[in-house]
Design a protein around this ligand. Structure first.
Ligand code: FAQ
Length: 335
């Protein structure tokens, strides 16, 4: 069932300077690397880490919004939210499949998530106490996800790049459904506008943190950029997100909770960009390390789902085995 057999022929002993240079040349020629191609173990490891984290984020990311499926204010909102949450489940599954082509099993990845060895996005450790949170997540969290993920459609690893094409199309619908909720609330009754502003106040900084540490402090970016896994740095993507989002907040008539936010005409090689205030990295690392408001709940929910699904996995494996045996018997009879 699992793709352990695909662990390629590469090993660090084969990683001669010639091999590494030839691999880099393939990357520089924009060739896609496919699962059975020789690849440096570091490239494989980085991809397993990033795609695994990404898959976990999509699956854990179903929980904050899933909280509102039964309480959405209208049937239209409910069907849209249900579809969005299902899409996220689908994204997680494509991504687990893409990671499996690198020789890691879904079981291994899940166990690493449940015992805290694997990360998932910090953003999903915040609660969703009001309906406006669903608007803010779609607008800001999916908006940040799109900014980060569009360049991943050009990732050098074929299965990840191809999965991201469909994921991004769906994320773009998600962003619009979230923004539409915000438009309705922000242009509605004073209480609705207040609820939208409160959600924006709570989600703005965590969304900024989604892009990861500053370029000066991150550990993986340089190598990931050289291997064309990442095409832009964390800070470049964060800046693009701010520049795209500020006018959207203005249209809503809501204010972003950052007193230092200011248009700077000289930034970005004179094209202009927004300056923004400092990010609270202590909060970011506390949340990443398990100290956020919802970390325990999120992992408990995933553990329950994994445990409850055990009989399904066993039944599926038993069924597959039975079919295989039946097929073998039929083949013998036919000979
Ligand atoms: N949360 O050196 P870097 C979504 C970690 S999907 C937790 O910059 P890298 C859809 C990082 O892992 C959201 N940890 O690392 C949706 C590394 O630790 P490690 C997820 C974080 O990998 C919407 C360390 O910090 N999207 O939203 C975070 O080069 C709505 C140093 O960082 C993806 O995963 C964080 N925010 O860059 C679903 C996209 N940031 O592993 C439901 C793909 C950093 O060395 C509802 N991933 N860290 O122990 C990426 O693009 C990259 O992995 C980054 C991090 C940019 C997230």
């Amino acid at each position: 069932m699992y793709s352990q057999g695909l662990i390629g022929a590469d090993s660090s002993s084969d990683e001669t300077p010639e091999f590494m240079a030839a691999f880099q040349q393939r990357i520089d020629r924009e060739e896609k690397i496919e699962p059975n191609d020789p690849m440096p173990s570091g490239y494989r490891k980085t991809l397993i880490r990033q795609i695994g984290q990404h898959a976990h984020s999509e699956i854990v990311g179903m929980l904050p919004e899933g909280n509102w499926v039964t309480r959405a204010p209208t049937l239209r909102r409910k069907t849209a939210l249900l579809a969005k949450v299902q899409d996220e489940g689908g994204h997680g599954l494509y991504l687990y499949s893409a990671a499996e082509t690198l020789g890691v099993s879904r079981k291994q990845m899940t166990e690493e998530l449940l015992d805290g060895r694997a990360k998932y996005s910090s953003i999903f450790n915040y609660p969703t106490p009001t309906w406006a949170d669903i608007g803010a997540i779609g607008w800001l969290v999916d908006g940040a996800a799109i900014m980060n993920q569009i360049p991943l459609c050009r990732c050098s690893f074929g299965p990840y790049a191809r999965a991201m094409v469909r994921v991004c199309k769906e994320e773009s619908f998600h962003q619009r459904q979230g923004y539409e909720i915000m438009v309705t609330l922000a242009h509605g009754a004073p209480e609705q506008k207040e609820m939208a502003q409160d959600a924006l106040n709570r989600w703005w900084w965590p969304s900024m943190m989604m892009f990861g540490p500053h370029d000066s402090d991150n550990t993986n970016s340089d190598q990931s950029m050289a291997w064309k896994i990442k095409r832009f740095t964390n800070d470049e993507l964060r800046q693009k997100f701010v520049d795209a989002t500020v006018p959207q907040a203005e249209y809503l008539g809501l204010s972003l909770p950052d007193p230092d936010l200011k248009w700077n005409p000289d930034k970005n090689d004179g094209k202009g960009s927004y300056d923004f205030g400092p990010i609270d990295w202590d909060e970011f690392w506390r949340v990443v390390k398990g100290g956020g408001m919802m970390n325990k709940d999120r992992i408990a929910a995933r553990k329950k789902a994994w445990d409850d699904g055990e009989w399904v996995r066993e039944a599926a494996l038993a069924h597959a085995k039975k079919r295989k045996n039946q097929q073998a018997t039929q083949n013998v009879a036919a000979e």
